[in-house]
Design a protein around this ligand. Structure first.
Ligand code: PLP
Length: 375
């Protein structure tokens, strides 16, 4: 058997839409398929505005510009995350203040945030690890009390709700990813939700290379010109057409992932009860979008042996982030404040295969090999 960690899903509708983009002779960005994706995402999730981007990384870079992050500003970011969460703000020469994860979930420990706030703090970025919600109530309280911009790195959390409301609607700005490793994909792609109406107009401009081309296309001005900084953040219509085909099948894609996730969880929870490993705990108030199934081993050495064991049976499992506070780029800037949980997840967390094409038999095979390892 050969069980892949991930397999991209190609839907016939996506190919039809791409063909149509050529028929319409509109393959560059900001065309009809981009508009369809925007309408779908706003309608389903309730964002006040959203813009497709070339990646979640690009969406985070737009967020840093919109939040007016300037040299010397401080931004609070979890350590156990992808580099882009921090890099988007480091690019603006902000000082990154890293927060540890909780002992029971890789999400940031919100009780550690306030001690990091100084007069220079501008924003808090939260990451919903494995698509599961951070404590949004605590985060919104903190950000309101200290007048900070709340930014959600919602890369993994499409279609998750917190207390019944979609993730991505809590932050002033929220970034999603449609990278091939996520639930909904278009190769490389992302989206920025802009929930602060005061930022809508500037977001349109940054997105279109610092010009008011969007206002021109809406007929609001009779020519477009350079009005602000910006970049080419928008994806092509080919990308948007691919993405729209996925969005049309979102319910079906999600149902398959949730079924696989639940099958893992039912079969692996007994190992957790015996204390051999940890399985994911869904935070209070959060739904589960089944982005990822992971286990946390008792040591780094045990994880290495478990990975090798799975590999010897043709099963591809992968570890995840290297805690950013200890990275070669940031360690000297971070100082010696310890973040033990982020380091534990770096060493001990292992992700199991989870994708649309995964069958019940394959899930059962992975489960059996895990049980065999601990027997
Ligand atoms: C995948 C991911 C990103 C980056 O997404 P891209 O679309 O590849 O730029 C950023 N943050 C988190 C938490 C992610 O999981």
């Amino acid at each position: 058997m050969n069980i892949h960690f991930n397999k991209p899903l190609l839907l016939p509708r996506s190919l039809d839409h791409i063909r149509e983009a050529f028929t319409l002779e509109h393959t560059s960005g900001n065309g009809p398929f981009t508009a369809k994706c925007h309408a779908f995402l706003k309608q389903r999730y309730g964002f006040s505005s959203c813009l497709l981007t070339q990646s979640c990384t690009a969406a985070l870079e737009m967020a840093a510009l919109l939040a007016d992050i300037a040299p010397g500003d401080e931004v609070i970011v979890p350590s156990f995350t992808f580099v882009s969460t921090a890099n988007a703000f480091a690019l603006r020469n902000a000082h990154i203040r890293f927060v540890d994860s909780t002992a029971w979930h890789p999400n940031m420990d919100c009780s550690l945030i306030e001690e990091l706030i100084t007069p220079r703090t501008k924003a808090v970025v939260c990451v919903h690890y494995a698509g599961m919600a951070c404590d949004m109530q605590a985060l919104q309280d903190i950000c309101r009390r200290h007048n900070l911009c709340l930014i959600e790195d919602a890369a993994q959390s499409i279609d998750t709700t917190y207390q019944g409301r979609a993730l991505g609607t809590f932050g002033n700005l929220s970034a999603f990813s449609f990278h091939e490793s996520k639930n909904i994909i278009c190769g490389e792609g992302g989206c920025l939700a802009i929930n602060d109406p005061l930022l809508h107009a500037r977001a349109d401009i940054l997105w279109e290379k610092g010009t008011n081309r969007s206002a021109f296309l809406r007929g609001e001005v009779d020519k477009y010109s350079w009005v602000d900084v910006g970049s080419s953040f928008l994806p092509s219509e080919i990308t948007a057409a691919f993405l729209y085909g996925q969005l049309e099948s979102l319910e079906n894609i999600q149902a398959r992932r949730v079924k696989n996730w639940n099958r893992y969880h039912a079969a692996l929870s007994p190992l957790a009860e015996k204390g051999y490993l940890e399985v994911p705990r869904i935070p209070e108030g959060s739904s589960n979008n089944a982005h990822m199934y992971y286990v946390v081993c008792r040591s780094g050495d045990e994880r290495t042996r478990l990975m090798a064991h799975l590999k010897s049976h043709g099963i591809q499992s992968v570890f995840h982030y290297q805690a950013l506070h200890a990275s070669s780029y940031y360690a000297s800037r971070h100082g010696d404040r310890k973040l033990p949980q982020a380091e534990r997840y770096t060493e001990c967390l292992l992700r199991l295969p989870l994708h649309y094409h995964l069958t019940d038999e394959e899930v059962d095979e992975v489960v059996e090999r895990l049980h065999g390892f601990y027997a």
